[in-house]
Design a protein around this ligand. Structure first.
Ligand code: GLU
Length: 333
């Protein structure tokens, strides 16, 4: 069997939250279970919202949770030339084309489709015009005109999407920057990723990414889309539910092994077992038993988990961890 290689690819537009942390834990466990590799990639192409302080904070949270990564960190902003080399390859092989349609023209096409009750889409206007580069020209993938994109999701099972749902997507913007889907495919291929585990907010990107892999003639990795974590009321999780950034739990004095254990069980099971040693998690987590139904966040269970790990801990270790909190409360000495 080829070596399992996974990655976690956060966008540094905020601190690491529990949803992202759970994805990272799943990716890390899968790699460690199979003696594979786990990579970390910083998706910092949103120049306005990405901040170095968030990258630093995400890395600190990963370390605190015990999620060590292999090799160097990758930053997407440092790889534009590599992405564009792949776009050039698609142009050369006839799998992509230059498009001169303005954003307004594309919006009008979408509107026209909507008016006919069809899915809004680019109408392929420049597909056979044989244009070259030029001011305001983007590059689009020449998607197949018929057929289905099918993949077997590790969490959701078989997913099939008709290509008529996917128009000729932009892979390089008019400003010369690659689009998100293009960059992710190039990175995942270059990093040798075999399993892409991520939040299911990305599931609609996957058929598009598969079309890019196929156009480039590259092997397609396995995908697993994990459902979102919901609030206790099964609505979108919010601060009101006590769902915060990992760093806030750390500041509150929660034990990292408790947060890891709690988050792993939100969407994964091993029989009826609730509490695991770190070694057991690595031993039991093989990418199976991931629940396709969204799990609800339960602060009381997290506390229960934490209490367990506190009781398990040698008293001297617990006292050492407690010391800074005692100091901070002005109760030292
Ligand atoms: N950067 C994306 C995010 O933070 C993840 C994309 C991916 O895992 O493919 O949502």
């Amino acid at each position: 069997m080829t070596q399992v290689v996974t990655r976690f690819a956060p966008s540094p537009t905020g601190h690491l939250h529990i949803g992202g942390a759970r994805t990272a834990i799943f990716c890390w466990l899968l790699a460690r279970h199979f003696n594979g590799r786990f990579h970390l990639r910083i998706e910092d192409t949103d120049l306005l919202r990405s901040k170095q302080e968030y990258t630093d904070s995400i890395l600190a949270s990963m370390r605190w949770l015990g999620l060590d990564w292999d090799g160097e960190l990758t930053y997407q902003t440092q790889r534009t030339d590599i992405y564009n080399a792949y776009v050039d390859r698609l142009l050369e092989t006839g799998h992509a084309y230059w498009c001169s349609c303005t954003p307004e023209a594309v919006e009008a096409m979408r509107e026209e489709a909507r008016a006919k009750g069809l899915k809004p889409r680019y109408n392929g206007c420049c597909r056979n015009r044989d244009l070259g580069p030029g001011e305001g020209h983007c590059v689009r993938l020449k998607a197949p005109l018929s057929g289905k994109v099918v993949f077997d999701d590790l969490v959701k099972g078989k997913i099939a999407v008709d290509v008529s749902e996917l128009d000729d997507m932009v892979i390089r913007r008019a400003d010369g920057m690659p689009t998100y889907n293009m960059a992710v495919v190039v990175d995942d291929h270059d990093m040798g990723i075999t399993h892409v585990i991520r939040g299911d907010d990305h599931v609609s990107n996957t058929p598009r990414q598969i079309l890019i892999y196929e156009a480039l003639g590259l092997p397609v990795p396995r995908f697993g889309h994990v459902p979102m974590i919901l609030g206790p009321d099964r609505q979108k999780l919010s601060k009101r539910h006590g769902a915060r950034a990992v760093i806030e739990y750390q500041q509150d004095g929660l034990l990292p092994q408790a947060l890891v254990n709690y988050l792993v069980r939100l969407g994964w099971s091993h029989g009826n077992q609730e509490l695991f040693t770190p070694a057991e998690l690595v031993e039991f987590f093989d990418g199976g038993n991931l629940n396709p139904a969204a799990a609800a966040f339960d602060p009381a269970k997290l506390e229960w988990c934490n209490a367990h790990f506190m009781r398990e801990m040698p008293l001297a270790d617990l006292a050492a961890l407690t010391a800074p909190f005692v100091e901070q409360a002005g109760l030292g000495k």
